[in-house]
Design a protein around this ligand. Structure first.
Ligand SMILES: Cc1cc2nc3c(=O)[nH]c(=O)nc-3n(C[C@H](O)[C@H](O)[C@H](O)COP(=O)(O)OP(=O)(O)OC[C@H]3O[C@@H](n4cnc5c(N)ncnc54)[C@H](O)[C@@H]3O)c2cc1C
Length: 297
């Protein structure tokens, strides 16, 4: 169990990390523990646990973070957002996270509630993630901090150079790691990484990957977060019925190709958005395991 800065500094090869979310039903929890058994067999550097939109999973995020580290003996990392977060509630969350063993946190702004255009901070709270990073840094040095980066620019700031300036603010306030939003064209990531390094961002920049399991589901997600799906990829998927095993297979093949190219081009790790399903991650590790800094699998 370690901090982000140690995990990436000590790794001899790229680090695999995975993301899960707290399920909404008892069946979802049982299924997640089953999937975590397989995910953690790949010895990821860490498992991160999302924080529900609107702060809806506040307690479950920390509970799941705790269960993962105690049941599976792997570093687990809670996400946190500024949504509805007053200074008191931020301190309370950090105190609980540390008491439950957290050594890292993913600090985000979060999205405005559905139907609202503009993000409104809670009274005395943070308008932007860089302010949350500053707040955490001023409050404790017990946590390393990861922040979000956007290879295609953030939906509210499509100009990439400006988006990178905003990322730099977060790193300057003390972030130790950047994990990117999902993307399907590696050229977007390489351009973003070059620009970030030129802008003076020298912490590890880890690409986030969302393997496609069902085209219609991913099309919805990409529309929400403003990531594009290249036409050749769409063409490869839509020849099969939506959600069919053949489409699933084509999506995983694309993820393996995408991951291979990233790993051959100097990324410090890969962060896989698993959607609480281990299959795509296991296939990537089966194909590309030798690229990663993994324990015994
Ligand atoms: C790896 C990853 C994990 C995520 N996990 C979660 C999660 O668990 N829960 C969840 O709800 N959401 C999550 N998100 C989504 C995230 O909350 C949204 O993308 C959100 O819209 C932006 O969050 P941020 O932390 O990047 O915000 P910020 O960095 O604050 O950026 C928000 C917007 O403000 C702009 N901006 C920043 N600073 C300034 C400034 N000084 N002046 C003017 N504009 C500025 C930025 O360019 C951007 O457009 C995740 C995203 C990623 C990539």
């Amino acid at each position: 169990m370690a901090r982000f800065s140690e995990i990436y500094a000590q790794a001899k090869k790229p680090v695999l990390s995975v993301e899960v979310f707290p399920p909404k039903t008892p069946r979802g929890w049982a299924n997640l523990y089953h999937e975590l058994y397989y995910l953690t067999r790949h010895k990821p550097g860490f498992v991160s646990v999302t924080y529900g939109a609107g702060g809806s999973t506040r307690n479950q995020t920390l509970e799941l973070m705790y269960e993962i580290r105690t049941r599976f003996h792997v570093e687990s990392v809670p996400h946190f957002t500024c949504v509805g977060a007053t200074p008191e509630s931020i301190r309370e969350y950090i105190d609980r996270a540390i008491a439950l063993g957290a050594q890292n946190i993913v600090a985000l702004r979060g999205d405005p509630p559905r139907g609202e255009e503009e993000f409104k901070p809670a009274p005395g709270g943070c308008r932007y993630a860089y302010q949350l990073v500053r707040f955490i840094r001023d409050y404790t040095d017990a946590l390393d901090i990861a922040v979000a980066g956007y290879p295609e620019g953030h939906v509210e700031t499509r100009d990439l150079a400006t988006s990178i300036q905003h990322l730099k603010l977060k790193v300057d306030q003390g972030a130790n790691l950047v994990i990117t939003q999902l993307f399907y064209d590696n050229e977007d990531f390489f351009r973003f990484r070059d620009m970030a390094v030129k802008a003076g961002i020298h912490v590890p920049i880890v690409p986030g990957l969302l393997p496609i399991i069902k085209y219609s589901q991913i099309a919805r997600i990409t529309q929400l977060c403003g990531a594009k799906m290249p036409q050749p990829l769409i063409n490869r998927l839509i020849v099969y019925p939506d959600g069919s095993p053949e489409q699933h297979q084509a999506g995983i093949e694309y993820a393996i190709e995408q991951a291979r190219e990233l790993l051959e081009n100097g990324v410090p790790g890969l962060h896989i958005f698993t959607l609480n399903n281990s299959h795509a991650t296991s296939r990537i590790v089966e194909e590309l395991g030798s690229y990663f800094d993994l324990g015994e699998t």
